[in-house]
Design a protein around this ligand. Structure first.
Ligand code: NAD
Ligand code: LMR
Length: 334
């Protein structure tokens, strides 16, 4: 039995290595291009499918000259181009949609991005219902529920395969702490829970190497509103793209490692979560162990101090509204 399951695991690992098709929707954009570049450099990716409403064939041709093993193709902006890009994908990353300009909140993007994500989710539900869907498009707190509602309507919803990408929040938190403490960011693993906008982003420094930082209001604010720093500095030319590409590529790499048999791969991500369902909150970001089936285990928030409890309380109020907004959108605009 043991030997048989080992052989099966090995067989799965080999086939997973041979068949790791990754699709990027919004591939010609500010995030899409560097993200696609990082995926082209990832030896675990064997096929890279790029789709955008403009420019994907050009990005695909450019990347296809890089001498790594994977095959890259940029697809035409048609329904059949999209379907072809998605077919057989193990992972679909979605950075399609408009970014913020100074003075905007992520929620201000809802009117434009909700329908973009809805339509792409419909295509995914049809062409790759078993893929891991990684939603980057903002507002993540609402776009993830949009995808889940669309998949439910299509009868193919698997809560273990839907992820809101919140990796950038932990990337930032670890970098910001390292700046304060003069340490190496790789040694600063900061738990960040909740959602991905303003007060819904809750860093838990009491669980870090530096528990006293949970009283550092400036640092907490910087993690919660780190996106604003970039939006302001880009001065109308968009929001974080390069750091986001790194964060998205890390999340995809973690999923590929887990699907290829590695144990103990943990990433924070916004998933269909039992943690606050009793309060009517269906999605929440906490540490998630990944596996061959997507979500393997959702970790609890863990111990928090008084300051963090207050942050969590504020997070849950906004998060509930953001999630409901996504669900209501699909109900009204199926
Ligand atoms: P961008 O405008 O540079 O690129 C977006 C791309 O999406 C464009 O190339 C556009 O043609 C494409 N697009 C639009 N509609 C499409 C559709 N229906 N199908 C396919 N492609 C489509 O924007 P960006 O800077 O790359 O940001 C993209 C999104 O990611 C924004 O919503 C932004 O807020 C979000 N974002 C999220 C995070 C996060 O942490 N989750 C971080 C940064 C940015
Ligand atoms: C970020 O955190 O950088 C992104 O969500 C983009 C934004 O609008 O801030």
């Amino acid at each position: 039995m043991f030997a048989a399951s080992r052989i099966q695991t090995r067989a799965f690992s080999a086939s997973a290595r041979q068949l790791s098709k990754v699709a990027v929707l919004g591939a010609a954009g500010g995030i899409g291009q560097p993200l696609s570049l990082l995926l082209k450099l990832n030896p675990r990716v064997t096929e890279l499918a790029l789709y955008d409403i403009r420019g994907a064939p050009g990005v695909g041709a450019d990347l296809s000259h890089i001498n790594t093993k994977s095959n890259v193709k940029g697809y035409e902006p048609t329904a059949s181009g999209l379907a072809e890009a998605l077919k057989g994908s193990e992972i679909v990353l979605i950075p399609a949609g408009v970014p913020r300009k100074p003075g905007m909140t992520r929620d201000d993007l809802f009117n434009t991005n909700a329908s973009i994500v809805r339509d792409l989710a419909k295509a995914c539900a049809e062409s790759c219902p078993d893929a891991n869907i990684l939603v980057i498009s903002n507002p993540v707190n609402s776009t993830v529920p949009i995808v889940s509602e669309i998949f439910k309507k299509a009868g193919v919803y698997n809560p273990k395969r839907l992820f809101g990408v919140t990796t950038l929040d932990v990337v930032r938190a670890s970098r910001f702490v390292a700046e304060i403490k003069g340490t190496d960011p790789k040694d600063e693993n900061i738990t960040v829970v909740g959602g991905h906008s303003g007060v819904t982003i809750v860093p838990l420094f009491s669980q870090s190497n530096h528990p006293e930082l949970s009283k550092n209001e400036q640092l907490i604010h910087r993690v919660q509103f780190g996106g604003d720093e970039v939006v302001k500095a880009k001065d109308g030319a968009g929001s974080a793209t390069l750091s986001m590409a790194m964060a998205g590529a890390r999340m995809a790499e973690s999923l590929l490692r887990a699907s290829q048999g590695e144990k103990g791969v943990i990433e924070p991500t916004f998933v269909d979560s039992p943690l606050y369902k009793d309060q009517g909150i269906d999605f929440f970001s906490s540490k998630v162990e990944l596996g061959p089936n997507g979500v393997e285990k959702i970790h609890p928030v863990g111990p928090v101090d008084e300051v963090e409890q207050k942050l969590l309380d504020a997070c849950l109020v906004d998060l509930k509204k953001n999630i409901q907004k996504g669900k209501d959108f699909v109900a009204a605009n199926p």
